[in-house]
Design a protein around this ligand. Sequence first.
Ligand code: HEC
Ligand SMILES: [Cu+2]
Length: 423
Amino acid sequence: MELAGASIHDDPAIRVWRLPFSFCSRHETANFHIRQIKKQLPLWFWIAFFLFVSEPAHAKSIWDFQEPVTPVARTSLAASVEFMRIIMGIYIAVFAVFAYSIFKHRKSSGAQPGTFTGPGSRRQWILAITPFLLLIYIDYIWMGIPAFHAISRMEDTRTAADMTVKVTASQWKWQYEYPDEGISFVSAMATSQGQIHGREAKGEHYLLEVDNPLILPTNKKVRILLISTDVIHSWWVPSFGVKRDAVPGYLREMWVNIEKPGIYRGQCAQLCGDGHSFMPIVVEAVAEPQFNEWVAQKKAQSSQAEAVAGKAWSREELMAKGDEVYKVVCSACHQADGKGLPGAFPALSGSSIVNGPMLDKEGHLFKDGHLDRVMNGKPGTAMQAFKNSLSDAEIAAVVTYERNSFGNRMGDMVQPAQVKALR
Ligand code: HEC
Ligand SMILES: [Cu+2]
């Protein structure tokens, strides 16, 4: 077998690779190599320096952070970039001294190791203390002051806030609420199961698209209150520079002031169970007039929904609406076929609760019955109370749907007005 020691070195492509380091063949002495490298050192230093400060190095690349569009995002990114430069500077300076010392005091040039065990002379003391003081200065003053400003700015959620939005995290969706406007809706992932399971081609915003985005006005300071109903989630939108944990039992705050209209995407950033990767965040920032228009439209919709909830629904209407609600809200756990996931989520198909009573003799909620379970959930399990996140019509429809799907044939139905009376 021919091992290619020689032929590798003779390969013109390889020679090009070695070119910057040596123009000589492997037969020449090691000392010659070292002299060559020494000669080229300044050249390499300047190449590195110009790469570091040059314009192309600052141009937008796919490795960049997403474009910052809020004051918090801009300040944090600026601080981060500045720190990176300082750190790089220190790195290059320290390693240059390092490399130089190793080379200069190498054994083959006759260097003798020192015998001292600590600083002795005044010069040695200065050499030991200066870097220490320098580091304190860099950490606490040069980088510390901008970092302090960035963080205190981040925490100042209340000064001159124009509006408040409440974000409720739950497995595995977000609920957005505008307390001043009385608007509230659930925002769930819109990527189809087909794309997730590889039966369809993946779309452009795979796993980063939702049915109802959070709509916010631009150039307004929006205070965001954050809570969770089950486990720890995290609301994270990179372009806003905010990422805050939603912790059950705590009310947390953050703020945004979006300077540029657009669609911004983020994700839950705390491992929150097996639907963790399926709870994206989409925020649509629009100019104020458009925002007001949207608010008016949303309000009209909800009063219309109330009117609709008052009427008697037909079975077909309830089943159609229930199918819709089930797909979006319940199927992630109970599965599209109602068979659940053994060990984690019970099957609704054939369930004694789904095929059992909903109301007791007095017409109150039957404890641990179907309606009770959906409205009030089961504390301590992933089955949350849907009373507050679904409307009367949605609850009535999804319960009716479950009782008459997946092989269940109860034949009865629930009216939105009944749900309303049970709240
Ligand atoms: C995050 C996962 C999750 C989601 C979403 C979810 N459920 Fe459940 N559900 C559960 C779990 C877990 C249980 C079992 C609770 C227990 O331990 O009794 C359950 C139980 C139930 C039961 C009782 C079934 C039985 O036989 O015990 C019904 C009915 C039910 N869910 C309906 C719904 C409806 C309607 C929705 C949508 C509006 C929904 N669930 C959404 C997790 C979920
Ligand atoms: Cu989450």
